[in-house]
Design a protein around this ligand. Structure first.
Ligand code: ACO
Length: 209
């Protein structure tokens, strides 16, 4: 096991309910697949291009292999694959990836949230919990994220938890069927005074549980 894995984070209260994060489970297959099949239009423009149809890739029978590869990465200390829950219900994922230690001590963070709980602070709270974990138990110095310039909702979430824009990566990722430009954003531990969650609470974006 590596520092910060497995992780149970939260709760933090937002308009949608109590937000908590916990490790992915094998029995998440049905909830994962149901939301991803239903919310295809909401998710597909922002996700890596995959082989095969959306339906095939997001069928419940695909979850066990995805779950086991993410768990293997977590066990070797390279990833933290978490489920976002609202009031105990599966409603998205947050993943910390490419955890590099040594003199870099950095990682990327990514997330998605079900459309029916959108716009109620869930991603903002989940990202704040994730960042505090990265800078706390995991012991990282920097966290980065990449986001398409067209993805204004995700940019708002990143800005609201304190990410700074660092540049534009041209034709960076194979997303939604093509090489898409991405904005690179980053935050280092020196930029957080107290915790990110505390700042959300102070600014009225979240409440203690
Ligand atoms: N234009 C501008 N801002 C918008 C828009 C829009 N069209 N839609 C929403 N917003 C703003 C909201 O006003 C809010 O900001 P505010 O608090 O300053 O008002 C913010 O976006 C949304 O905040 P939350 O409610 O915390 O976010 P939510 O739980 O709705 O999740 C997310 C946002 C994750 C982007 C969700 O819509 C989603 O899963 N989308 C599809 C997948 C995706 O884009 N994932 C992120 C990829 S990039 C990455 O992982 C780094």
């Amino acid at each position: 096991q590596h520092p910060g894995w497995p992780a149970h984070l939260g709760p933090v209260r937002v308009a949608a309910g109590q937000v908590t994060l916990r490790p992915i489970r094998l029995r998440d297959a049905a909830a994962w697949s149901r939301i991803r099949l239903r919310d295809r239009e909401h998710l597909e423009p922002w996700e890596p291009t995959g082989r095969g149809s959306w339906e095939a890739r997001n069928h419940a029978s695909n979850w066990p292999s995805l779950w086991s590869s993410l768990k293997a990465e977590a066990r070797r200390g390279a990833m933290i694959p978490l489920v976002i829950e609202v009031d105990g219900q599966f409603c998205g994922q947050m993943t910390v990836g490419n955890i590099v230690r040594g003199a870099l001590r950095s990682a990327w963070i990514g997330y998605w949230v079900a459309k029916d709980v959108g716009g109620q602070g869930v991603a903002t709270a989940a990202l704040a919990l994730g960042l505090d974990h990265c800078f706390g138990e995991v012991g990282l110095h920097r966290v980065e994220a990449t986001v398409r310039p067209e993805n204004l909702a995700s940019q708002a979430v990143l800005r609201n938890v304190g990410f700074r824009e660092e540049g534009l990566l041209k034709r960076y990722l194979d997303v939604d069927g093509g090489w898409r430009d991405h904005l690179l954003v980053g935050i280092t531990v020196e930029e957080v005074s107290g915790t990110v969650v505390d700042r959300l609470i102070r600014t009225g974006r979240a409440a203690p549980a």
